[in-house]
Design a protein around this ligand. Structure first.
Ligand code: ES4
Ligand code: ZN
Length: 326
């Protein structure tokens, strides 16, 4: 079998995808009209021309503008449903979806509206397509820990709809330690813990995510390769890293995919996975990330099996279901 076909048809889990980053321009325009709003772009083509980013912050500004069209529970359902259909087509059997409430409560949409809409799509996709989907609430690190705690409070009535908490948004200048208490609180509630670290930020932020926040996975983590002691720690403890190659390319973390360090991470024995991050903005869903990265780095079928196996191993599905996937 050809490697590109193997990559497409192999069962996989996706562990790093922000649902607001799956909002395609076409749906963004449809929701704009449905909600009687307007967008500062004439059409889909004009919007897509704005999708050129110099760094993470430049992306986050455009991404935030896109979230303004999300107003009703049905909007969140429709956005999640569209992503889940795409994921199923890419042979994603299980997905752990990042979302945040602070973006939306910041412009007058309640946490209940967000969570109920996303959760209903997760329930429906399990019933209709057999895909399992769970939700991870991300705190926005450019805001205060107190605001993160408020977001966790507002999510308390929905704890049964969440599998964990994460940490997203502007990394530089916002080290993980800032959120030590709210992560401890989430842990005491039985939630799993993850954090973005080492996307643009230094290895010290990855150490802090592990030691201060006590996270179980690192999102991105590509900067870890600059610190041999950290690589040894991540390998020893089998800490999964949710790598997003096309995101790293589009946000200029690496100048080209050929210079991405995913191959080196696998070589170093790290539990790396491949994910799409913000597929509507970064040029592709998970299979596109696999296809382009494998072509650029000359990765092998053995690497493909390792990455697929890692994705289930690193997931928060329970141990018995995990064995069934392996
Ligand atoms: C994000 Cl690529 C990235 N990094 C941090 N936070 C984010 N939120 C959405 N995409
Ligand atoms: Zn991300």
């Amino acid at each position: 079998e050809r490697l590109p076909d193997l990559l497409k048809r192999m069962p996989k889990a996706e562990l790093h995808m922000h649902i607001e980053g799956s909002l395609e321009p076409e749906l963004m325009f449809a929701l704009t009209a449905r909600n009687g709003l307007s967008l500062p772009y004439a059409d889909v083509a004009a919007l897509k021309r704005a999708y050129v980013f110099g760094n993470l912050q430049a992306f986050l500004d455009v991404y935030h503008a896109g979230t303004l069209v999300l107003r009703t529970e049905q909007d969140f359902y429709d956005m999640a449903w569209a992503y889940l259909q795409r994921a199923a087509a890419d042979r994603v059997l299980h997905t752990e979806i990042f979302f945040d409430t602070q973006t939306h409560t910041g412009h007058g949409v309640s946490a209940d509206t967000v969570i109920n809409g996303l959760h209903r799509a997760c329930v429906d996709v399990q019933q209709q397509l057999g895909v399992s989907a769970s939700l991870i609430l991300c705190f926005l690190r450019h805001l205060s820990e107190e605001e993160a705690s408020e977001a966790l409070e507002q999510a308390m009535p929905h704890l049964d709809k969440l599998v964990g908490v994460g940490l997203a948004s502007s990394e530089l200048g916002h080290p993980p330690e800032k959120f030590t208490r709210v992560f401890a609180k989430a842990r005491s509630l039985g939630l799993h813990l993850v954090a973005h670290a080492g996307e643009e930020g230094p290895p010290a932020y990855i150490w802090a995510a592990l030691d201060a926040l006590k996270v179980e996975r690192i999102d991105h983590g590509v900067q870890a390769m600059k610190d041999p002691a950290l690589v040894a720690r991540l390998a020893r403890d089998k800490v999964p890293l949710t790598v997003c190659p096309l995101s790293n390319l589009k946000l200029r973390v690496f100048p080209s995919l050929a210079q991405h360090n995913l191959g080196a991470m696998l070589q170093a024995g790290l539990v790396a996975t491949v994910n799409s991050d913000d597929p509507a903005y970064f040029g592709g869903y998970i299979n596109e990330n696999f296809a382009q990265t494998f072509a650029a780095l000359g990765l092998t079928a053995q690497n493909a099996f390792q990455l697929a196996s890692n994705s289930f191993e690193a997931s928060f599905i329970d141990a018995s279901a995990k064995r069934a996937y392996q």
